[in-house]
Design a protein. Structure first.
Lengths: 299, 299
């Protein structure tokens, strides 16, 4: 849970609320409650933001508020393609010495989403759970492959589902073909691998099985920040609601995640996620059904 | 119908048989016969190649054989991503003064596929048909946008379905968003637009409707040459077989085209297209069904 300042070809934002855990919670709380949040913020993080999430069933017992430090801050600028971006500024602040503590009331956790963060911290959370969750899903990024590969490998070995984007899958596996990359990464531990391809959709691999979910072709992408986290929130939210961790359920969860991500990019930051209701989500999921639905009976 | 010499990260080929019309004919002849071919070759083009296609129901009356000229020759080198390539050599030869003539026996043509070639020549063929075909499909490329935009616009205005890749759609429309690009291009004439995204699949636009067909994730892409032409051949082949030009039929045709293209890239040149039979094609189409099939009923 953090602050972002975002520059896109459409304009420039002030410091706005962001962070992987923020997007995940906004997204997942459409499908499952309560959500047991673990994060850290500084004295500058607005209480109203925490309350807005509390009102959606997000339990803040695991969110540490550091009264003498500022929240994490990231600033970036997107290129015209809206897929690539440059980091302009990163201020770790509270993240520099974050030591996540899992409250006793979180010990019943059945479904764990490890949002993108230092692998060491992801592992600390997982290791504090006395009973292993039914499903552990992990998101990560190339930065940890560059700077903390050993730690990263340790977490990857312990999770059920790993989410990375296509270039990260290639980097992690040293394979160019995504099919080969998937085999190599699943041999590192995760039984399921989700490769996110942004505007080109997402792939789910499991053993020899593969499922492809498209991204919705959008007239305008206003701000891609948090789209991957929002996808993760929709995915784990659907799994937690259905309590079904089969491959078929994960396929549905990816469609739900993709639908949520398609909302996220329509407005700046979390703005669009704060507006949508169940009817909007249902309608958007139907658009995905229409997008890929075909009857191959030949006539 | 031409010669190619291809260099990929996997190796280098000698001069092999290629050309848009060659790939289209190999692909389409799995679905519909006869095919009325229009093209030009030189004295160096092997008679065995023409006979191999004749044996598949490809009528060669419209293929001119120039005894004093060489066939068109292209040589290119693919980058590691297998999506981008550099042209190493282009020898127009017979194409320099090609004047396509539609034989009288071709006048009953119901479905016309204008393969990628100088727009002027595509127009010449279309204009020679006394009755407009039920469906005219056109493929083209960025080279004609750079060098013959005025001619290109004239053909585009007369066709029903245009096929381009994503960067060409952006160039043609001066819109970055593919949804906006599609609207802009359909306003130029075609009622249907297919945007090919290579390994990222293909989009079909028609009015406000959109359909997405994935590409099959492949362990290895050996040679992408001709994949777009093979896609076009599968598309028009399916349409000609079904004689159904509805949006639903075009969705199926795009899946068929994508399945054919997925074969094409597995071996060098037309090699894989010469091996496959109906059973292999049916099995591959089922892989596409499995790839995108999901049941969104929530439980």
């Amino acid at each position: 849970m953090a602050f972002d300042a975002i520059e896109t070809p459409f304009g420039k934002s002030d410091k706005i609320v962001g962070g992987a855990a923020t997007y995940i919670a906004w997204s997942a709380s459409n499908f499952t409650r309560p959500i047991h949040q673990i994060s850290v913020v500084g004295y500058d993080f607005p209480e109203t933001e925490l309350n807005a999430l509390r009102a959606r069933g997000v339990d803040m017992d695991g969110v540490q508020i550091k009264q003498d430090q500022k929240s994490f801050f990231w600033s970036g600028k997107y290129h015209l393609d809206m897929n690539s971006r440059d980091t302009l500024d990163t201020q770790l602040n509270v993240l520099a010495d974050f030591d996540p503590v899992v409250p006793p009331s979180y010990q019943d956790c059945e479904f764990l989403m490890l949002g993108n963060l230092m692998p060491k911290l992801q592992l600390k959370v997982l290791d504090q759970l006395q009973n292993r969750p039914k499903l552990v899903v992990m998101d990560t990024m190339n930065f940890w492959m560059d700077t903390a590969m050993e730690d990263l490998q340790k977490v990857i070995a312990k999770v059920d589902v790993l989410m990375v984007n296509d270039s990260e899958a290639r980097q992690l596996s040293a394979e160019y073909s995504l099919v080969k990359a998937a085999k190599s990464i699943m041999a590192m531990g995760p039984k399921y691998l989700i490769i996110k391809k942004g505007e080109h959709g997402a792939l789910l691999f499991h053993g020899d099985r593969v499922f492809f979910a498209p991204a919705l072709p959008l007239e305008e992408v206003f701000d891609p920040t948090g789209a991957g986290d929002t996808f993760a929130g929709g995915f784990i939210g659907h799994i937690a609601r259905s309590k079904d961790i089969s491959f078929e359920s994960m396929k549905r969860a990816i469609i739900v995640g993709s639908a949520m991500a398609s909302f996220c990019v329509e407005k700046l930051g979390t703005a669009r996620l704060r507006e949508i209701d169940h009817a909007a989500i249902e309608a958007r999921i139907q658009e995905f059904v229409q997008l890929v639905n075909f009857d191959i009976t030949f006539n």
